[in-house]
Design a protein around this ligand. Structure first.
Ligand SMILES: Cc1ncc(COP(=O)(O)O)c(C=O)c1O
Length: 368
């Protein structure tokens, strides 16, 4: 049975005027709701003390293990206001399972799925007024994370952990809600993950290591980095926070291809959903290795007609060009591709509660 969460209400929550101001232009990751959830873990007691608390600073001893050895994992998912006023999330059970997988890789205790899911409902039950209205592009971004809190130095798994959940409203990934293709930088200087490493885990260290290549991409006018495999430096893996898809051909003959999960790629939940929905569209769907050479030549020759990224933040982001040390190839005619946009519409309609949820992907977190 899921333990009862205690609730301590924020004595100074944001005023309605302040909240309305934030909701008018939420941006991303800039504003957080009035509360947070914490759950503690110790060797002796396991998971205990689930609590909803006022959003605020965490007190950490300077010798907390996370600060020295980076034992930290996180998730990212969105909650959407539904037309009937309820609040639902897209496949949060998959985030719960991936969170457990990340914990296992980082030698951390696994948070049971029911506690993970209950934490989402608890936060939103208290902070539901922070969830943007139905019918638009805005959502409420949820950020569960876990860190090693044992005080002491020495490289070994911590004996104490803190799970926490914060969240806040998120605006459309695309300014003005106009879907505009972005360019990606194909790096040959850096790799994201090696076999046996932590590529399949969502741990903070992976993202710390991505900041330098991301800056390189920005310097080349690109929004994201695309990585090659660390071994042969030949095969396309994924981007810094999105999985990659390539559309070969068009119309009835479109084939949707994504790099197979070979043990270094983060198994995206949108990626998995795209594989299902692309079949529904009548596309052939293939998971296989795609080399940088095949991508660049395929785009240049028009065999690859569309390229897009998939991830919780943008859902589906069309890619207009691939830049690399040897040049720059443009995808299609510079506009978002047909398959890309059909998939995006299918997905966002399910998330917003206006399309048939054939696979029961939506989970109500707060009833109407
Ligand atoms: C490295 C990486 N790849 C792919 C994704 C896409 O995953 P999802 O579709 O679950 O958001 C993310 C985002 O979580 C990511 O950080």
């Amino acid at each position: 049975m899921t333990p009862q969460f205690t609730r301590t209400f924020n004595p100074a929550p944001a005023s309605k005027a302040r909240r309305d101001d934030v909701l008018a232009d939420p941006g991303f990751g800039r504003h957080f709701s009035d509360h947070m959830v914490t759950i503690r873990w110790t060797v002796d007691r396991g998971w205990h003390d689930p609590a909803v608390l006022p959003y605020g600073p965490l007190a950490l001893d300077p010798a907390s293990m996370v600060l020295h050895y980076g034992q930290e994992i996180f998730e990212g998912l969105k909650a959407y206001r539904q037309p009937d006023g309820s609040i639902a999330s897209f496949r949060p059970d998959a985030n719960a399972a991936r969170f457990r997988g990340s914990a296992m890789r980082m030698a951390m205790p696994e948070l049971p799925d029911d506690l993970f899911l209950a934490s989402l409902s608890e936060l939103l039950a208290v902070d539901h007024e922070w969830v943007p209205a139905a019918g638009g592009d805005d959502s409420f971004y949820l950020r569960p994370f876990m860190l090693a809190t044992e005080t002491g130095l020495g490289v070994r798994p911590s004996s104490e952990y803190l799970f926490a959940l914060i969240g806040g409203p998120a605006g459309s990934y695309f300014p003005g809600s106009t879907i505009k293709p972005v360019d990606v930088w194909l790096t040959t200087d850096y790799a994201r993950a090696a076999l046996g490493g932590t590529g399949t885990a969502k741990c903070g260290g992976n993202y710390a290591a991505s900041l330098l290549p991301q800056a390189q991409a920005a310097a080349h006018g690109c929004a994201q980095v695309a990585y090659l495999d660390a071994g042969e430096r030949k095969w396309i893996e994924e981007m810094g926070s999105n999985n990659l898809f390539f559309v070969f051909g068009s119309g009835d003959h479109a084939e949707v291809v994504t790099p197979s999960l070979t043990g270094t790629i983060l198994a995206g939940i949108i990626r998995d959903s795209v594989l299902v929905l692309a079949k529904e569209l009548g596309c052939e769907v293939t998971e296989r290795r795609v080399s940088a050479e095949e991508l660049l030549e395929g785009v240049a020759a028009g065999r690859i007609t569309e390229v897009f990224g998939s991830g919780t933040a943008a859902v589906i982001a069309p890619i207009g060009g691939v830049k690399h040390a040897g040049g720059d190839v443009r995808v299609g005619d510079g506009r978002p591709g047909e398959v890309t946009m059909k998939l995006r519409t299918l997905l966002t309609s399910i998330q917003r509660g206006v399309g048939p949820d054939t696979y029961s992907w939506m989970r109500t977190l707060v009833p109407a």
